[in-house]
Design a protein around this ligand. Structure first.
Ligand code: SAM
Length: 458
C-alpha cells in the first residue's frame, strides 16, 4: 500500500545515532507509512512526534489517528467506490483510500495491469473489509501530538517555531509520488493541501536552511552529497541510503576500493562505419567496476557480476554489459543482465550494447561454462517513466512497476557482427539524435539488480 517506505534497517541506524530524546519535539517531514514516526515514539516514549505528509492516504490515516475527519468523495474512474462503501463511516472511506491507492499500481494499458485493476474493482468491498483491521492496527500504533497536512518545508518552519527538530524523508524522485498517487489524486475530492513538488536537487539548500536556523535535523536521502559526510550509510540490495544529521555520532562505513583503474581508448561515434569490426571481450570484476563507476549513475553500489564483458568497435571501447545468474527465474533458461552501459550518447550506441549482449555468439560460451541453455535475458531499468528509451524496440517490456521496468529479450540467433549490421541499419543514422540514456544527472539506472523498494504493507 505504501511505496518507498524507509527501510527498517535505516530506521534502526537513525534511532541509534540521532539523539531524538534531546530534541523532545520531533517534527517529521513526509511521514508516508508513519514507519519512522511509530519507531521514534516506541524508542523514546517521552518524545512528542508531529507527523506530516501531503498524500490522501497518509493525510486520512493521520486524521483518523488524531480523531479528526474530513470529506472524501470518489469520482470519475473511482466513482464505483461510492456504491461499494455506501453507508460506511470515515474509517471505511480511509480503508477505501488504502485499496484505491494499491490500485494505482495497475493503471497501465497492459493486460496484466488491467486484469488486476478489474479484480480490485469487482472485489472492492472485500478488499475494504480486509483493509479495515490493518488500518485499525496501524492507527493504534500512531501516537502523535499532531498531524500537519501540508508541505514539509512548512513543517520545518513549525519545528523552528516550537524549538523542535526535523526528521525528513523526502521523495528521491521529482514527481514520483504524484505519478504513484495519480489515480487517487485525480479521482477524489478532498481538502487537499497545496504544496511544492519536491526536487531532490534542492536537498543541499534545504539542509543548509535547517542549519542556518539551528534546527536539529536528520535527513534521509539516496544522494551522496559532495561536501557532506553522511552520519549513516546503508547498503541493501538497493541504492545506498544515507542519513545527514546535525549530530556527529557517525556510523559511516567507508567503501573498500573494489575497482582497478586501467587505460583504455573510447570510440568516436562518428568513426563507426559499415566496415567496422565489433568484438566482445571479458574483463575481471574490478576492472568492470571501474568502468561502471565512470559510465553508470554515481552513488550506486554496483553488484559484481559473473560475466563482465566489454564491447569494442575497431579495438576501442564502446560499452559493456554484466550478467549474473538469475535469482528469481529459471536458472537453466534465463540470464539476468545486471547492467549495460555505453561510453557515448551519440548514434544510439546504448541500443547496440544490449542487442549484442543478447546474441547467440555472446551467450553460447556462457551456456558452455554454466552447462545451461539460456533462452532469454532479463533486465531492469530503474525509472518512473513508462518506457525505457534504451530498450524500446529491442527488448520486450515484461513488467511495469512504480519505480522500475522489467525488460526481456529472447536470444538473438545472430553473430556479433550480424547484430552490429542490424543496429547500423536501424538505429545508428549519422544525423540521428543522441539517445536519451547516458550520463544524465539522474538517469534511469539500467539493469542494476536490486530488491524492490516497494514495501507493501506497513
Ligand atoms: C520517501 S516517502 C516517505 C517514507 C516514509 N518516511 C515511510 O517510511 O513510509 C515520501 C513521502 O513524501 C510525501 N511527499 C511528497 N512531497 C511532499 C511534500 N512536498 N511535503 C510533504 N510530503 C510530501 C509523499 O506523499 C510520500 O508519502
Amino acid at each position: 500500500m505504501f511505496i518507498g517506505a524507509v527501510p527498517k534497517e535505516v530506521v534502526g541506524q537513525v534511532l541509534s545515532t540521532v539523539p531524538f530524546d534531546e530534541w523532545g519535539d520531533v517534527y517529521v517531514g513526509c511521514s508516508g507509512s508513519f514507519r519512522f514516526d511509530r519507531a521514534v515514539k516506541m524508542r523514546h516514549p517521552g518524545c512528542r512526534v508531529y507527523s506530516n505528509d501531503v498524500s490522501l492516504l497518509t493525510c486520512s490515516i493521520g486524521a483518523l489517528a488524531m480523531g479528526r475527519e474530513f470529506e472524501i468523495r470518489f469520482k470519475g474512474e473511482l466513482e464505483f467506490v461510492e456504491a461499494a462503501i455506501a453507508g460506511m463511516d470515515f474509517r471505511g472511506r480511509v480503508a477505501a483510500v488504502m485499496v484505491a491507492s494499491a490500485m494505482g499500481k495497475f493503471t497501465s494499458k497492459n493486460e496484466y495491469a488491467q486484469v488486476h485493476f478489474r479484480h480490485y474493482r469487482e472485489q472492492f468491498r472485500v478488499f475494504v473489509d480486509q483493509a479495515l483491521p490493518k488500518l485499525a492496527a496501524l492507527v493504534a500504533q500512531i501516537k502523535i501530538e499532531d498531524y500537519y497536512a501540508g508541505d514539509f518545508i512548512e513543517q520545518a518552519d513549525r519545528a523552528e517555531k516550537r524549538g523542535g527538530g526535523m526528521a525528513c524523508f523526502a521523495p528521491t524522485y521529482k514527481n514520483g509520488y504524484e505519478r504513484i498517487y495519480r489515480l487517487v489524486n485525480e479521482n477524489t475530492d478532498w481538502p487537499a493541501p497545496r504544496y511544492g513538488i519536491w526536487d531532490p536537487d534542492s536537498l543541499p539548500a534545504f539542509i543548509l536552511s535547517l542549519e542556518e536556523r539551528h534546527i536539529p535535523y536528520c535527513v534521509i536521502s539516496d544522494q551522496l552529497l559532495a561536501d557532506r559526510t553522511p552520519t549513516t550509510e546503508w547498503r541493501g540490495a538497493n541504492k545506498p541510503v544515507y542519513t545527514y544529521s546535525s549530530n556527529q555520532a557517525a556510523s559511516y562505513r567507508r567503501r573498500l576500493p573494489n575497482e582497478v583503474q586501467f587505460k583504455y581508448a573510447v570510440i568516436d561515434p562518428a568513426a563507426i562505419a559499415a566496415k567496422s569490426k565489433v568484438t566482445v571481450a571479458e574483463v575481471d570484476g574490478k576492472r568492470m567496476n571501474y568502468l561502471k563507476n565512470v559510465y553508470l549513475a554515481k552513488g550506486i553500489e554496483h553488484t559484481t557480476g559473473q560475466f563482465n564483458c566489454i564491447v569494442l568497435i575497431d579495438g576501442v571501447l564502446a560499452g559493456g554489459f554484466i550478467f549474473a545468474q538469475t535469482r528469481f527465474g529459471d536458472k537453466t533458461r534465463e540470464l539476468y543482465m545486471l547492467s549495460d552501459f555505453s561510453v557515448s550518447r551519440e548514434r544510439r550506441i546504448s541500443k547496440l550494447i544490449p542487442m549484442i549482449a543478447s546474441c547467440r555468439e555472446v551467450i553460447e560460451p556462457i551456456n558452455r561454462r554454466l552447462l545451461i541453455k539460456v533462452e532469454y535475458i532479463v533486465t531492469t531499468a530503474f525509472t518512473t517513466k513508462p518506457v525505457s528509451m534504451k530498450y524500446r524496440g529491442i527488448f520486450e517490456l515484461d513488467k511495469r512497476a512504480a519505480d522500475h521496468l522489467q525488460y526481456q529479450s529472447a536470444i538473438r540467433n545472430q553473430s556479433i557482427q550480424d547484430v552490429f549490421n542490424e543496429w547500423l541499419r536501424k538505429y545508428a543514422g549519422q544525423g540521428g539524435k543522441p539517445d536519451r540514456q547516458g550520463q544524465a544527472a539522474r538517469p534511469e539506472i539500467a539493469g542494476e539488480e536490486r530488491a524492490l523498494h516497494d514495501t507493501a504493507g506497513v
